[in-house]
Write a protein that binds this ligand. Structure first.
Ligand code: ATP
Ligand code: MG
Length: 564
């Protein structure tokens, strides 16, 4: 976690980091003519997750900070896994996070013609060749980190033959896997990426954007630098695993003599207790281990949103983690801490009883109803107030009554007095039980002099409880969540197991019988709330008129300490 310490920030100050410093230098030296153009290049083969949020904040954030622009570019060079549903969701998620690409939205597939021209150019320069080794033979002749690879027997084909074969590849004359176009670099290079990498492969597949126009598709390393160059991107910011690919990125651009963006790498975001690989996230969704991409247990942006995360909490999280060149794993509790900080300031306070039991105030007039005013948020004077009805029969949490309590229990227990928040002091007189000994109703008396929850004679009570008037209560469903995985690193499965073996069977608990105060009846989906004493919650889009559904976002208590 040393990343966190070094880079802890408040919202207003931008601490230095190596990317910011580099861009400042470039602006001073005029390297890119004073321009800053970045890009966020998602492959539309899944929903965005919290790791992407880091890249988004850096790519869009740097452009914003230096008066530049950030392009949204769909890196759709692989037809097999891409889908328009993902294209839409990615745009929604970036907008929701608060970033804007203006009219700079691009598809890598729009450059297929241009890329093809560039490939012919390399062939004509004698820098690329059509290779008919099988994938397996390619692998076998690639060498290892300590041994050089072997030249392909097809490496010295003439330019004419290469051009002819490549054109026929494009025209669909050959089967998938029968040949590839490779760059002719150096099979003995210490950098494996430079050992005649594949530029094009044959795939007879429809593409979500170009349809059946192409049956050859470019590989990432060949395509990415060209995409950046064509768009005039100045700073191509990416994650550390591309560091070893930079020489190849540079080689292609240098050979072609085209505009040459600067690639710079930063550490990926890793968080414990979750998985961030798209392949695994897709599996969780497709095999119904969760209820869709926006399941509140998912680390996707849409899952976090549905859980109650706010754009500000996610952006603050990314800022707190900071930008570094060293990979590390961040504690999930830091993410929750950032949410809690935001919600404490902004969430409306409400009273909701999640597991109810009746509380009858035996000395309260049967038909009387009183209305108490309560502030919506003590942290925010502008949040206003609401009225809460109070009557003879209330609901309280089952756990707030105990007939034979342990020492130090300050809630309702025979003979004990507590405060009902915003209302009165009540003293417990006993309870009714069913034939199995379960408590079905708790009895108490109230002190009419303690109106508003304060006593005139200065006597103190140790417990304050939330409650809901029974006849005014709104029936609600409350969904409680626990970690999706039971171990800190589900990616690191023991032999014979997969990450799925570490799924937490108790990650979702649905409470069907919750009782909410009336002001909760028809709230906008995604509204953030604090249920008194119970935690932070939000309104789920599954809510129906008069029948709200709430998700627990995070508990009230912080388990994370930031060292500043
Ligand atoms: P996969 O894990 O399936 O290979 P990906 O996570 O790289 O895919 P892309 O759609 O290619 O998915 O990602 C778009 C951008 O987001 C890339 O620039 C990538 O570096 C960045 N990114 C992805 N995951 C993370 C992460 N965990 N932390 C920071 N940036 C990330
Ligand atoms: Mg990728």
């Amino acid at each position: 976690m040393n990343e966190t310490k070094e880079n802890t920030v408040s919202e207003n100050e931008a601490p230095s980091n190596f990317i910011r410093d580099m861009i400042k230098d470039d602006l001073e030296t005029g390297k890119f003519g004073g321009k800053v153009i970045t890009r966020f290049p998602p492959e539309p083969n899944g929903y965005l997750h919290i790791g992407h949020a880091k890249a988004i904040c850096i790519d869009f954030g740097m452009a914003e900070e230096f008066g530049g622009v950030c392009h949204l570019r769909f890196d759709d060079t692989n037809p097999s896994k891409e889908d328009d549903e993902y294209v839409q969701s990615i745009q929604n998620d970036i907008k929701w996070l608060g970033f804007d690409w203006g009219d700079k939205i691009y598809y890598a597939s729009d450059y297929f013609d241009q890329m093809y021209e560039y490939a012919e150019q390399l062939i004509k320069m004698g820098k690329a060749y059509v290779c008919e080794l099988s994938a397996e033979e390619c692998r076998q002749t690639r060498g290892t980190l300590t041994e050089p690879g072997k030249n392909s027997p097809y490496r010295d084909r003439s330019v004419e033959e290469n051009l002819d074969l490549f054109r026929r590849m494009k025209n669909g004359e050959f089967e998938d896997g029968s040949m590839v176009l490779r760059a002719k670099i150096d099979m003995a290079s210490p950098n494996m990426n430079m050992r005649d990498p594949v530029m094009y492969r044959i795939q007879h597949k429809s593409h979500h954007h170009t349809g059946d126009k192409w049956c050859i598709y470019p590989m990432y390393d060949w395509a990415h630098g060209l995409e950046d160059s064509i768009e005039g991107v100045t700073n191509s910011l990416c994650t550390l695993e591309f560091e070893d690919h930079r020489p190849l990125y540079d080689w292609f651009l240098d050979q072609l003599g085209v505009f040459h963006p600067q690639q710079t790498e930063f550490a990926r975001l890793n968080i414990n207790n979750i998985v961030l690989s798209k392949r695994k996230l897709i599996q969780l969704v497709k095999e119904n281990y969760v209820n869709g991409w926006d399941d509140p247990r998912m680390p996707t942006i849409s899952g976090l949103r549905r859980r109650g995360y706010t754009p500000a909490s996610i952006r603050n999280f990314v800022a707190t983690v900071g930008v570094s060149k060293v990979n590390s794993t961040v504690d999930y509790a830091l993410l929750e801490h950032c949410l809690r900080e935001d919600l404490n300031k902004n969430a409306l306070r409400r009273m909701v009883v999640i597991n109810p039991v009746k509380l009858v105030i035996d000395n309260y007039p049967e038909d009387q109803v009183e209305y108490f005013n309560a502030e919506n948020n003590p942290e925010d004077a502008n949040a206003g107030t609401r009225t809460i009805p109070f009557s003879r029969e209330l609901y309280i949490e089952q756990e707030d009554f105990m007939e034979n309590p342990p020492k130090g229990y300050f809630r309702l227990t025979p003979g004990n007095e507590v405060r009902l928040k915003h209302a009165y002091y009540v003293k417990c007189t006993g309870c009714d039980k069913d034939e199995n000994g379960n408590v079905i109703c708790v009895h108490c008396t109230y002190d009419p002099e303690s109106k508003g929850g304060w006593s005139n004679d200065g006597r103190k009570v140790k417990g304050t409880m939330h409650w809901v008037s029974a006849k005014h209560a709104v029936d609600a469903e409350v969904r409680l969540y626990d970690r999706l995985f039971t171990v800190a690193n589900p990616d690191d499965a023991e032999e014979g197991k997969t990450f799925l073996d570490y799924l937490n069977p108790e990650s979702l608990t649905v409470c069907h019988g919750a009782k909410a105060e009336p002001s909760c009846a028809d709230m906008e989906p995604y509204t953030n709330l604090q249920f008194l004493r119970m935690g932070y919650f939000n309104v789920d889009p599954d809510s129906k008129p008069g029948k709200p559904v709430f998700n627990k976002s995070v508990g009230l208590k912080d388990s994370f300490k930031i060292t500043k």
